[in-house]
Write a protein that binds this ligand. Structure first.
Ligand code: NAI
Length: 348
């Protein structure tokens, strides 16, 4: 039997957390033969709700959710508890020994708040959680930041956890990627699993650039470019892009709550592909520490097309970028540079 993997979910009492933890416990993230130990973190005001989630996890009797001998002697003077879930408001306890960290907890923008105030709250959260992960997570822990501003929160986490390799710190743009696949599949009336290789470039914000120039669809007569099948450049260069960019707002309008099940599912896709690898000939979008590929700004967390194998992502190189795309890559890159400056101004 496989050794259990410890998965941290921060903000676990929230909406995405509630959708995400059962997916992880069912093997959606790491596979149906991979036992897991969940570490759930939230803040004291949500402690009771977090406990409720823990109760439901027990009640769901998930076979993959494993008991563990969790020795927490060194900071709480108790030891050897047999339990399947760590539900806590203590960051150190939550981060101890985790192999995977899904960072969903953050400070949401509230009405009337300045961007800088929201940034400042999240910078301080991600700074302290970075230190806890750095000191207590398992070596080679993989991190995905979901909480907004996702790219910049991930950058702060990276900056304040210098001993965690930059390659291990990512942010979620897979939801946007999946939304783009979904839109193409609806437009062409084909199975979403037959559509592949869309790209989300840049920031997980409304400046992101959903790019279909290299995307294909599996048809009875072989793989065909999306552009050739859609035959509607005006839609692809207009409504398609804005629909994907603004899908989050459309969900809020319809549900009166932000996307949760699709975000949770995307977080599972992100980690699964990173750990288990992408299928041959297929890439996915991930926010990763930019090396300046495609002339994106270096030193920000920028979403690129990546393939994964042996637990590592690699940016897909050599894709042609036309003039229309160039402008969009630059625009979202400029926003990330500006966000980085704003985040740094909150530090001083
Ligand atoms: P929510 O408000 O329902 O849940 C957030 C949870 O985080 C709450 O339980 C809160 O108590 C907790 N929290 C706050 N500060 C914390 C801290 N310092 N440590 C641990 N937990 C903390 O929000 P929801 O809907 O679950 O969304 C979570 C985040 O994900 C938001 O920032 C949202 O904007 C973002 N998001 C990102 C997406 C992406 O594609 N990257 C998609 C959808 C949402």
């Amino acid at each position: 039997a496989k050794e259990p993997v410890r998965v941290l979910v921060t903000g676990a009492a929230g909406q995405i957390g509630y959708a995400l933890v059962p997916m992880i416990a069912r093997g959606v993230m790491l596979g149906a033969d991979q036992p897991v130990i969940l570490h759930m973190l939230d803040i004291p005001p949500a402690e009771e709700a977090l406990n409720g989630v823990k109760m439901e996890l027990v009640d769901a009797a998930f076979p993959l959710l494993k008991g563990c001998i969790f020795i927490i002697m060194w900071f709480k003077f108790q030891m050897v508890l047999l339990r399947c879930v760590v539900a806590t408001t203590d960051v150190v306890e939550a981060c101890t020994g985790v192999n995977i960290a899904v960072m969903v907890g953050g400070f949401p923008r509230k009405e009337g708040m300045e961007r800088k105030d929201v940034m400042s709250k999240n910078v301080s959260i991600y700074k302290s959680q970075a230190s806890a992960l750095e000191q207590h997570a398992a070596p080679n822990c993989k991190v995905v930041v979901v909480a907004n501003p996702a790219n910049t929160n991930a950058l702060i986490l990276k900056e304040f956890a210098p001993s965690i390799p930059a390659k291990n710190i990512t942010c979620l743009t897979r939801l946007d990627h999946n939304r783009a696949l979904g839109q193409i599949s609806e437009k062409l009336n084909v199975q979403v699993s037959d559509v592949k290789n869309v790209i989300i470039w840049g920031n997980h914000s409304s400046t992101q650039y959903p790019d279909v120039n290299h995307a294909t669809v599996k048809t009875p007569s072989g793989e065909k470019p999306v552009r050739e099948l859609v035959k509607d450049d005006a839609w692809l260069n207009g409504e398609f892009i804005t629909t994907v960019q603004q899908r989050g707002a459309a969900i809020i309008k319809a549900r009166k709550l932000s996307s949760a099940l699709s975000a949770a599912s995307a977080a599972c896709d992100h980690i699964r592909d990173w750990v288990l690898g992408t299928p041959e000939g297929t890439w996915v979008s991930m926010g990763v520490y930019s090396d300046g590929s495609y002339n994106a700004p270096a030193g920000v967390i920028y979403s690129f097309p990546v393939t994964c194998g042996n637990g590592e992502w690699t940016i897909v190189q050599g894709l042609a970028i036309d003039e229309f795309s160039r402008k969009k890559l630059d625009l979202t890159g400029a926003e990330l540079t500006e966000e980085k400056e704003l985040a740094y101004s909150c530090l001083s």
